[in-house]
Every structure is written in structure tokens, then in C-alpha cells.
Unconditional design. Structure first.
Length: 97
């Protein structure tokens, strides 16, 4: 069976044309820092859209809601990544040497 259309399981954090590279020294930290900056940008965007809507700007309510949900979802993902990283660190520290 063949399904035409976009890949449902594609990584949403990799833009089209970008390639996945193996981690070199510091690249994991750069990736995490970039993800945090993206989450922060989405939070600020949602806040500014909300404020513009409240002050009667040219913003539709559905755009405000979509921006808010995107910001909420990306923050929740970041928190889960943090929690899993802490769990992984604790598990590695339990390994006897």
C-alpha cells in the first residue's frame, strides 16, 4: 500500500533541505540552546499577538489561539526533554564504576 503526501513521521524540527548531522564537540549543546531560543521566541510571539489583540490590533482570535497553543506545546516538549535528560543523568550516576 502506498500513501502519497507528506511523511507523517518526519521530524518537525528539521527544515526541508536540512540534513541530520552526527554530533561533534559542542553541537548537542548548540542544538539544545537553539531549541530553547525557538521556544522563547514562540512565547514572545504569542504574548505580543495576545497584547495586540487586546488593544484592538489587526489580529484574528484564531491566530492568537494558534500561537498560544504552539507556544504551550513547545514549552511542554522542552520540559519533557529536560525531565528525560535529568532521569538519564541520574541513571548514569547509578552505574557502578
Amino acid at each position: 500500500m502506498t500513501i502519497n503526501g507528506p511523511d507523517k513521521f518526519a521530524n518537525p524540527f528539521i527544515q526541508e533541505g536540512q540534513s541530520v548531522q552526527k554530533f561533534s564537540n559542542g553541537s548537542f549543546g548548540k542544538m539544545v540552546k537553539g531549541f530553547i531560543e525557538d521556544v522563547n521566541m514562540e512565547q514572545h510571539e504569542a504574548k505580543s499577538m495576545t497584547e495586540e489583540f487586546i488593544h484592538g490590533g489587526d489580529v484574528e482570535i484564531h491566530d492568537v489561539m494558534i500561537a498560544g497553543e504552539k507556544a504551550k506545546t513547545s514549552l511542554e516538549l522542552l520540559m519533557q526533554i529536560r525531565n528525560k535528560t535529568i532521569d538519564m543523568y541520574k541513571e548514569i550516576n547509578r552505574i557502578p564504576v
